[in-house]
Each structure stands twice: as C-alpha cells, then as structure tokens.
Write a protein that binds this ligand. Structure first.
Ligand code: PMV
Length: 345
C-alpha cells in the first residue's frame, strides 16, 4: 500500500481572515496575509487502504507510540478525507497519523499546520502531483482558511477569489478556484521572529469556525472591511521593503479589530483573559523603552509578539515574567512544508 509523510508549518496572520462567504470551503470575505512559522509544525503520515476500507485516524505520541484520536478531532479529519477523495477521484480509505511539534494543548492553533500536512500527505500517498496553488485550494476546503496559507513558506497572501464581472461589487461572485495562496516573499527575504506567550493551554470555548459565523453580526464588521484595503496595501509594502516600523502598528490594529468584532458579535465571543491584557500592556511598555515589538493574536488568549532577531532574547525574557504566562515558544519565519521527513508508522 502506498504511503507518504508530510510536514507543514503553522502560521501567524498579520492581516486576519475573519468571516466567510462560504464557511465549509473557507472562502473568505477579505484577503489575509501571514508569516509562515518554522518550529511549530504538524507531521502527517498517510497510507492508502483498499477501496471502501474505513478511515483510521491516529495521534503520534512523544515516544513514538500511536493512539486513536479523540472523536472530535477524528471527525474533522475524516470530513476532510471525504473531500479529498471526491477531489482526487479515489475510493480507498486512509490510515492517518498526525503529530504536532508543539505540545498538544499548548494553545497554538494546529488546524492550519494539521490540514496543510494532511492535504500534502494524502496527495503524495496517492502519487498525485499538484501545484502549491492547487494544494492550497484543497487545504482551504478543509474549512480552515489559514491552512491554505501554510502550504507556502515566507510571507503568504490568501486572496478572496471574489470577482466583480462588471466592476460592480453588488454583482460580485465568489470563485472557489481563484482563492489560492500566493507567496509575497520567501523566508530568506526577511528574518522576523515570533515570541509566543502562552497563557491558555486548553481548547478554546468558542471555535474559530463559530467565531467566523458570528462575526457577520457585529456592527463593526462592515467598517473593518472598509479599512482593509489600506491595511493590506501597507502590509504588502512593508514586507516588500522590510519595514518593521510600517508593519508593526498595522499588526496591532488588525488583532484588536478581530477581537473587537468577536466581542461585539451576537452572541459575543470573548477570547482574552487577564494575562492577555497584561501582555498587551507589557508590549506597549517595551516600545516606550525603545524596543520595537508589536503584538498580534489569533482567536484565543495567547499573544504573539513579532520582532526583529536582535530584540528576540530580551523580549522573551520580559514576556516570561508577566503574571499568568505559562511558557514562551520562540519561533521564526519558515520555509514551508516538506516531504522528506520521518514517517510516524
Ligand atoms: O483557519 P481558521 O478557520 O482556523 O481561521 C483562522 C482565524 C485566525 O487565526 C483568527 C486568523 C487567521 O487569518 O489566521
């Protein structure tokens, strides 16, 4: 039976995907831009089983043991396997094992790296040769928009796929085949670091899928959409010119807006805890002291602090001292997925 193993990284969004035209295929309302990470990765080994065989979903443990995945995790993986079977015209079942480099429950979003690794491993096990763009579309159809961006290294944009045939946004349609990731710059272009302060380790109360759904009920959702064109422009330009002073303020605005929309959704979604606020304040203090550091957050309480390499050690030292911080993960811009990795079985 043919088998393949893939490793794919997580990513941190500079401009966030929040709210979808089609949640099942994660077709976004707005373009998003992220930095691919290097150390926070998922590895997935996939074996093709005979036609009609049931899928098996396993989790890889620290000492190499495999165990059955919890039901909620296995269900989401199986749903994506159904999609991948339909897209590739295969009938076989799959035996899948997944392992994250970061400790399970560390509060790092694993859907981006997990679905990217799974998509790549399935297509490789089937011997199919898809382009990075096609793989990013397949990964997005898992329902995780951020997974589409994890198929490439460096700095990556996921466009909406929205086309206005006559230039009129009222008659715009959303083209699934046009929403694929584009690499804005590779990892060598700009060495940025991500110091992640972990303040929450359990699964979040409200999933990002539910957050996307509720976001459209926030009165601030339309206002953010109006502001985004300018923000996207600034972030693309800042990446092209490696301008940290241009990038930083937009990073923070974006993260605050995402949470403002979450908090003003109906019913509201609160992801922050007291340590989140303490960290945001610490980052502002660091800047007042002349240390360039800017915070961003996903749909959770943990705070990612983006900085340049020379400031990383001092920033990590200051963040670990903040009350409520359980651990620090130091990461950096990474080169993207790989197929030359150790299999899990
Ligand atoms: O890919 P999803 O459905 O988990 O949504 C990602 C949501 C954010 O992490 C908050 C933003 C982003 O663009 O990564």
């Amino acid at each position: 039976m043919s088998r393949a193993t893939a490793q794919a990284p997580s990513n941190i969004a500079f401009v966030k995907y929040w709210g979808a035209r089609d949640l099942k295929r994660a077709l976004p309302y707005n373009p998003s831009i992220s930095m691919t990470l290097a150390n926070c990765v998922s590895r997935s080994t996939v074996e093709v089983l005979p036609d009609g065989a049931p899928d098996q979903v396993l989790l890889g443990g620290d000492s190499g043991e495999l165990s059955l995945a919890p039901a909620a995790f296995a269900d989401r993986v199986c749903q994506h396997l159904v999609t991948l079977r339909a897209e590739t015209g295969t009938q076989g079942g799959f035996r899948v094992a997944t392992k994250n480099s970061f400790p399970t429950g560390a509060g790092i979003a694993s859907s981006a790296s997990g679905f990217a690794a799974l998509t790549l491993a399935v297509t490789a096990a089937l011997g199919l040769d898809f382009s990075d763009e096609e793989l990013s579309i397949l990964a997005r159809r898992s329902g995780s928009g951020s997974a589409a961006r994890s198929l490439m290294g460096g700095y990556v944009e996921l466009p909406t796929g929205i086309v206005a045939s006559d230039g009129n946004s009222e008659t715009a349609s959303s083209e699934d085949s046009l929403s694929f990731s584009i690499q804005l710059a590779d990892a060598d272009h700009w060495d940025l670091r991500d110091v992640v302060a972990i303040v929450e380790t359990g699964p979040k109360e409200i999933s990002s899928l539910e957050g996307h759904k509720r976001s459209l009920t926030s009165p601030y959702y339309p206002r953010r959409q109006e502001l985004l064109a300018q923000r996207l422009h600034v972030v693309r330009q800042a990446i092209a010119e490696r301008s940290f002073s241009a990038l930083g303020p937009v990073l923070e605005e974006e993260a605050i807006d995402l949470h403002l929309i979450a908090m003003s959704s109906r019913p509201p979604v609160f992801y922050w805890n007291p340590a989140t606020l303490a960290l945001l304040s610490t980052v502002r203090t660091l800047r007042d002291e002349g240390l360039p550091a800017y915070s961003t957050m996903d749909a959770g309480a943990n705070v990612h602090v983006i900085c340049e390499p020379e400031h990383e050690p001092e920033i990590a030292r200051r963040l670990i001292a903040v009350r409520g911080v359980r651990r620090i993960i130091r990461d950096r811009v990474g080169t993207g997925p790989r197929l030359d990795v150790e299999p899990l079985f």
